[in-house]
Design a protein around this ligand. Structure first.
Ligand code: PMM
Length: 269
């Protein structure tokens, strides 16, 4: 899943693709690099970000979705708002990627239930301006707590009429998580798999990679995290993660090619 952020303020690519033309061109470029689908978002969720007006979010994503879907792309809309999801589905999106898992705007579940779209439910606790206050996972620890909270979301999603075959669950790396929480979750994805849905993981360029690669206490800058991310992609592919949300499609494709070759040739040696 290649990322197209049509935002002025996303943490790694804010302002790069914030016109319809530049976002569509970027989407086409990601498809040419081998993306299977494109995730188009008009709201930055970087820690501390403020929310855009609904009209602004609609104006950012709908024309881009319409054009890329018309060109044959499988399109996902990255939104927490029912109104935006509705307009995006009408414009040709086939997936709703809701980082709040239905918590921010519960009507989004009804919108998706009334279509045959797929739904991504990410683990989330609060909007970007407050999420730093919600990183306490005691007493059960991050893995058990995220499993429970995602399980509660899945119950609500199914109750709204979306069958679990159409749901992907996502641990929500970087969202109300301290760096070590992300690694604990990545090491225990099998626990989330037990909920019975496909998994999506979004680790691309995130700050826990910067913390891992810090030198002298200084986090590795965003543009120096790609190699570590490609290594992580290979591990996640071997673990059977179904969908990877990434900025660097070419590097991801290369990592997946290595995994595929290992799988095909492994029995020969
Ligand atoms: N991360 C971001 C935005 N949307 N959606 C899902 N499902 N999972 C994520 O991890 C996720 C997301 C923030 O990253 P960005 O600003 O680079 O898009």
């Amino acid at each position: 899943m290649g990322i197209v952020n049509v935002t002025p303020d996303s943490f790694s690519d804010g302002g790069l693709y914030d016109t319809t033309e530049s976002a569509v061109a970027h989407g086409r470029d990601l498809l040419a690099q081998g993306a299977d689908l494109l995730d188009i978002g008009g709201e930055s969720t970087r820690p501390g970000a403020t929310r855009p007006l609904v009209a602004d979010e609609l104006g950012r994503v709908v024309p881009v979705i319409r054009e890329l879907a018309a060109a044959g792309a499988v399109v996902s809309v990255d939104t927490m708002r029912a109104e935006v999801a509705e307009a995006a589905l009408a414009a040709g999106a086939g997936i709703v990627n809701d980082v709040s898992g239905g918590l921010a705007d519960p009507r989004i579940l009804e919108v998706v239930a009334g279509t045959d779209a797929h739904y991504v439910a990410m683990h989330w606790r609060a909007h970007a301006d407050r999420m730093r206050d919600f990183t306490d996972y005691s007493p059960d620890g991050v893995v058990e707590t995220v499993r429970r909270e995602l399980g509660e979301r899945l119950d609500a999603i199914e109750a709204a009429g979306i069958p679990r075959e159409r749901v992907l669950l996502d641990p929500g790396l970087g969202f109300a998580k301290r760096p070590h929480h992300n690694w604990e979750l990545l090491a225990a994805l099998d626990v989330l798999e037990q909920l019975g849905c496909r998994l999506l993981v979004g680790a691309s360029r995130k700050s826990f990679l910067g913390s891992l690669l810090a030198e002298g206490g200084v986090p590795r800058p965003i543009d120096g995290r790609e190699h570590a991310h490609a290594a992580l992609v290979a591990v996640l592919a071997l673990r059977g993660v179904d969908c990877l949300r990434v900025h660097d499609v070419r590097a991801t494709r290369d990592a997946l090619a290595v995994v595929a070759a290992m799988r095909t040739d492994g029995g020969q040696r």
